[in-house]
Design a protein around this ligand. Structure first.
Ligand code: NAD
Ligand code: L34
Length: 311
């Protein structure tokens, strides 16, 4: 683990790592499109008018533009029926000019999230939320890996945080974030996964706070994804631990200003940890960068299938 001179945790700068990845992707996409191939194309579906979702999709569209991926957003009303949404997804599945499809979550209550995620062709499923990709990921097989977990993994790798035999606590067990992070962190690399080889403990809303504190205190790496501000306090963190904060909550501070916070009591934990991700500027930009990578991967896979001997 790294130590800074001031004995304050080093900031893990997700924003700059994401920029580095986007620059690499930009070159790869130039090369991909250099032999007459059209650039990769991403279509985002945005249902309703959730403010955060609009910001996130806007960031994705901007990143796509930066790296040379063409993209469009389908803005749909919150009143759309599940069947209408399924019809739109099906059209995109059959559209050869589309490589990647993402349905920004959450979708309105009357629409079943799992039905929607499973309806996206697993080949175009750049979010990795389809049951085929989820299942393959759990088996360490080649698959599209969800962008936030992949972003956490990539950040850990690029920041050279050692995970081999280390103790990792993942706080949060959601199917899209906590669970895949835990799957990736204990993978042995024998199949097609990166070897992270950590000992993983998963905590969740029914882990009593005292237990959560106990597990966290033992961890070399804490990865938290709950959306509960200040859940992770300084006295729960081992000296020199690495803290990855996936949580994002919009709050209003004492001066009445809107602000984003993670799950970690940042200023206090910073005095104990050896490295820590900020919110914003930590995992968020990595999520967006990984979506770009997944879109290029989908485009390459689809091209190879079209040119393959069995097509
Ligand atoms: P979710 O609501 O589906 O899951 C939250 C998880 O936190 C659950 O598994 C729950 O058991 C656990 N939890 C809730 N309260 C807890 C407590 N007191 N102690 C321990 N565990 C508790 O949310 P999600 O989609 O997994 O997202 C989690 C957070 O991460 C949210 O703040 C979300 O905005 C953020 N997020 C950020 C990114 C990013 O790119 N940075 C991506 C996805 C989600
Ligand atoms: N289908 N739904 C689908 N795929 C996803 O991967 C997501 N997620 C989560 C919500 N729903 C989804 C995202 O895209 C969260 N998420 C996401 C995307 C981008 C950012 C954060 C979360 C991001 O860009 N965060 C910036 C700050 C943005 C702001 O100003 O609000 C950051 O620096 O953290």
């Amino acid at each position: 683990m790294k130590w800074t001179r001031s004995n304050q945790a080093e900031l893990i700068d997700g924003k700059s790592v994401a920029a580095e990845i986007r620059a690499e992707l930009k070159d790869e996409i130039v090369e991909f499109a250099s032999n007459g191939q059209r650039p990769p194309h991403l279509t985002a579906i945005l249902v309703g008018d959730d403010v955060a979702s609009h910001t996130y999709v806007k960031n994705k569209m901007q990143a796509a533009k930066d790296v040379g991926i063409t993209s469009c957003t389908k803005n749909l009303p919150a009143t759309i029926t599940e069947q209408e949404l399924l019809n739109i997804i099906n059209e995109l599945n059959n559209d050869d000019s589309v490589d990647g499809i993402l349905v920004q979550l959450p979708v309105p209550e009357h629409i079943n999230e799992r039905t929607i995620c499973n309806a996206v062709s697993y080949l175009k499923d750049v979010d990795g939320f389809n049951e085929v990709n989820m299942g393959r990921m759990c088996l360490d097989m080649e698959s599209m890996i969800p962008c936030t977990p992949l972003g956490v993994l990539e950040l850990i790798k690029r920041w050279k945080i050692d995970t081999f035999g280390k103790s990792v606590v993942v706080v949060g067990r959601s199917k899209n974030v906590g669970m895949p992070i835990a799957m990736l962190m204990h993978a042995d690399g024998k199949n097609q996964k990166s070897a992270m080889d950590a000992t993983v403990t998963i905590c969740h809303r029914y882990t009593p706070l005292k237990e959560l504190a106990k597990y966290c205190k033992l961890a070399d790496i804490i990865i938290t994804a709950t959306g509960v501000p200040s859940l992770i306090k300084a006295d729960m963190v081992k000296e020199g631990a690495c803290v990855i904060d996936v949580g994002i909550t919009r709050i209003t501070d004492e001066e009445g200003r809107a602000k984003l916070v993670g799950d970690v009591d940042f200023e206090a934990v910073r005095k104990v940890a050896s490295c820590i991700t900020p919110v914003p500027g930590g995992v968020g930009p990595m999520t967006v960068a990984m979506l770009m990578r997944n879109t290029l991967t989908a485009a390459k896979n689809l091209m190879n299938r079209q040119n393959g001997p069995n097509q």
